[in-house]
Design a protein around this ligand. Structure first.
Ligand code: ADP
Ligand code: MG
Length: 281
């Protein structure tokens, strides 16, 4: 006797298709949405939209979480959590325009310069986060980490691959230029990376040192000049001149001479360098 298949209800069919399509979140909310549909709290189009919206937002937040990990943006900082009133030297509109990411499309280099604690890393990370939300690839490392990884790759004979890896991301954030002494040969390795990315990808650099100190930072004024030549060609320079947010509550405890040393280093030109910025850049 032939086995007759029991008739499949539309709901069971939808369930099976959601399983097949690996739409786990839709499967989870299906019963609830159908209940609302039956109670006429939702129209059929609204129900369909809600089902897809649930799936989409779940996938989107998973994608962002993964991309943040890949980018090494583990310490999440956002523009929303940045207090512009604390840093009046910053042009809020300029930062909000940068957050529209035109500088990434134009493969520009964005420099945040300023004394410690003035929000350079915060802003760099926040822009990285905006880029990830827009589906761009991002990678963040300190200059010391980048150079250590390049020098390790060189020792292991994989320098070309490492440079290719660091050239692939749409936005490379290089934090803390000039905080730590560089290892020997570091300037040359960094130059190779900068040269490989030049006009091919955007970068954000943060530094508490002025450009005139780059010879000292990189231990070689010829390489420093070649680096700056590329890093200032299509560049936006944001100079922050303010107080440390870290010392907001305890600024009085920081010895005068150390405070002066931190900000006395800021001799970067106030004028924006590099190509004149387009309106809205
Ligand atoms: P920098 O990189 O310039 O040394 P950070 O960006 O690391 O400084 O800022 C130091 C700390 O203060 C971080 O926790 C950062 O989130 C916070 N911070 C700095 N400036 C602001 C600001 N204007 N509004 C809110 N938080 C800030
Ligand atoms: Mg920093």
């Amino acid at each position: 006797m032939p086995m007759t298949q029991p008739p499949v209800s539309p709901l069971e069919s939808i369930r099976a298709r959601l399983v097949g399509l690996k739409m786990a979140r839709s499967l989870e909310v299906l019963d609830e949405i159908v209940a609302q549909l039956e109670q006429k709290k939702l129209s059929s189009l609204e129900a369909l939209d809600l089902l897809l919206a649930e799936e989409f937002s779940t996938r989107e937040s998973r994608r962002i979480k993964m991309a943040l990990m890949t980018a090494r943006l583990t310490q999440l900082k956002t523009l929303d959590s940045f207090d512009f009133s604390f840093q009046p030297s910053l042009d809020r509109n300029q930062i909000l325009t940068l957050a529209q990411l035109g500088f990434i499309d134009r493969n520009e280099v964005l420099h945040f310069l300023g004394p410690p604690g003035t929000g350079k890393s915060h802003l760099a990370i926040a822009l990285g986060y905006e880029a990830i939300k827009q589906g761009r690839s991002v990678y963040l490392a300190t200059l010391a980490e980048i150079i250590a990884s390049l020098s390790k790759a060189e020792r292991e004979g994989t320098l070309a691959q490492r440079i290719r890896f660091l050239t692939r991301t749409a936005l490379l954030i290089i934090d803390e230029v000039g905080y730590l002494p560089l290892e020997k040969g570091g300037a040359n390795l960094f130059f190779q990376l900068v040269n490989a990315r030049y006009e091919k990808g955007a970068m954000i650099l943060t530094s508490n040192r002025s450009f005139r100190e780059w010879g000292e930072i990189f231990g070689d004024s010829v390489v420093a000049a070649a680096l700056l030549d590329r890093l200032l060609h299509h560049a936006v320079v944001v100079q922050i001149e303010g107080n440390s947010y870290r010392l907001k509550k305890h600024a009085d405890l920081m010895p005068e001479n150390l405070l002066a040393a931190a900000s006395g280093r800021q001799q970067a030109p106030r004028r924006k360098r590099g190509r004149p910025r387009k309106e809205g850049a």
